[in-house]
Design a binder for this molecule. Structure first.
Ligand SMILES: NC(=O)C1=CN([C@@H]2O[C@H](COP(=O)(O)OP(=O)(O)OC[C@H]3O[C@@H](n4cnc5c(N)ncnc54)[C@H](O)[C@@H]3O)[C@@H](O)[C@H]2O)[C@@H](O)CC1
Ligand SMILES: [K+]
Length: 504
């Protein structure tokens, strides 16, 4: 699913009005109805409702909801934030309709008339939606703070007020919702950790915007959903043999960090690679041979093997940062011209030698977490800036950046894909090693590097979600992810149609 800019969100409404066709006021009625259906289904018509409206179309939605909830028997009080200008046409028409039904409509012109909000009230936030174009200030900011200080439950319509759809306003107030009923699709801002605490749980309501619009636009970012990942998964010929699934080389592990090599190696083997050779220090050899019986092992003291024998190479997990590892890595970069995976210590070494970035083979996968990313490419003020930087760098360099986080970003060729699987239980040392193993296996099997990145990140998160069913977010281990990879692959085989475009 494409992630739209604020302008595209508005164009999608306009496109639907023109092509369905449907009048703007009727589309607003339909959007309001979807909200009231949800509210009634969750029995919110049994609570006193305070509906706060701006004077744009988000406020218009609020007025529609007010009218429909009154019809459903709810006790509704409407507060309209007065900031001088006239309401939009649809706002004004809905205000007239509501006036015929209710006298409980109040205009807020100063903080002196802010209502008392009780704990048992339900607050509906219809102050600002996708039309927000500057940070909340003055009265709007004070009202948002007033609502935030209450103990009442807050449901935001479309977007929590104060949150721009595709931007980040530093230190600006945002209305904190317990739930956001958003129209048609997730918004870019919801992916930012800085804004995560303001949306609460998110429900996407289908208000019938026409899907054909999406094929007419170019979006800089996409959300990767199950069908998108599923269509990237390759089938297997029943006459195939291990030679068809690649031979991976994994440079990983060091004294006290052999666990990282083991996790990456096991994940690689569980992700379909035909053969795996690990390259570890001499004293790590018995450890990995004991822990991963399917892997072959060579020792690093013998120097870099003939790398042309391998279909994909990964370097980094638990590798170490000494001159020996640095020389090994630089030697590898000099000789290798196939896409490879660079993770953990390999990234730290590169951050001290950024002149080597130009010698990374095209299509290679970089897997930094935000700190590693900042060490490599300089600090960012906030997540949006880091995302933008990653996207821009992916156009400048020929490698793919996998910026790890709650919504891992895959940035390639100046475009972005956000992952939708995974959970907070995966925030544990070793999860990244598992991802490296999965990515390496996919590259070794001949997956296009971008497909390997999108599919690998999705599978990693899905395995985490499946494993969580037997665990808690506290107890989940990276090795549980490896055990769940089989189920994750099988889950994808059930699903075969995609919006990402399998052919792409
Ligand atoms: N027919 C349509 O266009 C539909 C629109 N819908 C709703 O309409 C919303 C978008 O409506 P609008 O485009 O009217 O915009 P909003 O209602 O989000 O914003 C209203 C107005 O506030 C002003 N404004 C922006 N930032 C401000 C700030 N910080 N302080 C004070 N004023 C500020 C802007 O000039 C804008 O015109 C969507 O989020 C959705 O809720 C839905 O009803 C679906 C149909
Ligand atoms: K809102």
């Amino acid at each position: 699913m494409k992630l739209l800019s604020a302008q595209q969100c508005q164009q999608w409404d306009a496109y639907t009005m023109q092509h369905e066709p449907i009048a703007s006021i009727d589309l607003m009625e339909r959007a309001g109805l979807k909200c009231t259906e949800w509210l009634i289904e969750h029995k919110y018509n049994e609570m006193p409702l305070l509906i706060f409206c701006g004077k744009g179309n988000n406020g218009g939605d609020g007025l529609v909801i007010a009218r429909q909830m009154i019809a459903a028997g709810a006790a509704v009080t409407v507060y309209i934030l007065e900031y001088g200008s006239k309401g939009t046409d649809d706002f004004q028409r809905n205000l007239e309709k509501l006036h015929r039904l209710s006298k409980d409509i109040h205009f807020i012109q100063s903080p002196a008339v802010f209502p008392v909000i009780e704990q048992d009230h339900l607050v509906i936030d219809a102050l600002f939606g996708t039309g927000l174009n500057r940070p909340l200030h003055d009265l709007a900011a004070a009202l948002a703070e007033h609502i935030n200080q209450s103990n009442a439950k807050v449901i935001a319509i479309d977007v929590p007020s104060g949150m721009p759809v595709d931007n980040f306003f530093v230190d600006a107030p945002v209305l904190r919702a317990h739930r956001t009923l958003t129209f048609q699709s997730l918004k870019y801002a919801f992916l930012l950790p800085e804004y995560g605490k303001y949306t609460g749980d998110i429900t996407v309501l289908d208000i019938g915007l026409m899907h054909s619009y999406l094929s007419t636009i170019d979006a800089v970012a996409e959300l990767v959903e199950q069908q998108d990942a599923a269509c990237l998964l390759k089938g297997r010929d029943r006459f195939s043999h291990k030679g068809n699934y690649g031979h991976a080389l994994l440079l990983a592990g060091n004294k006290g960090k052999m666990g990282a090599a083991i996790l990456a190696a096991k994940a690689c083997l569980r992700s379909g690679v035909g053969l795996l050779t690990t390259c570890v220090p001499d004293d790590g050899l018995p450890i990995i041979q004991t822990a991963v019986s399917e892997a072959m092992t060579i020792v690093r003291e013998a120097g870099l093997p003939d790398i042309h024998a391998y279909s994909a190479i990964a370097a980094g997990p638990g590798l170490g940062l000494s001159t020996k590892e640095k020389d090994l890595l630089f030697n590898l970069l000099q000789q290798n011209n196939k896409p490879m995976v660079l993770d953990a210590d390999a990234l730290t070494i590169l951050s001290q030698h950024t002149e080597k970035l130009t010698s990374i083979p095209p299509g290679s996968l970089f897997t930094p977490h935000p700190k590693e990313f900042d060490r490599l490419f300089g600090t960012s003020e906030d997540t949006l800036e880091r995302y933008r930087k990653a996207i821009q760098l992916s156009a400048q360099y020929h490698f793919i950046i996998i910026l790890k986080g709650h919504r891992t970003l895959v940035a390639a060729h100046g475009r972005a894909w956000f992952n939708t699987t995974g959970n907070v239980g995966m925030a544990k040392g070793g999860s990244g090693d598992v991802l490296t193993g999965i990515l390496t296996a996919l590259l070794a099997q001949g997956y296009d590097p971008l497909h390997a990145a999108i599919l690998g990140v999705y599978l990693h998160g899905l395995a985490g979600d499946i494993a969580l069913k037997q665990q808690s977010v506290e107890s989940l281990l990276p090795s549980d992810l490896i055990e769940s990879l089989g189920n994750a692959f099988n889950r994808l085989k059930i699903n075969t149609t995609s919006s990402l475009g399998c052919s792409g």
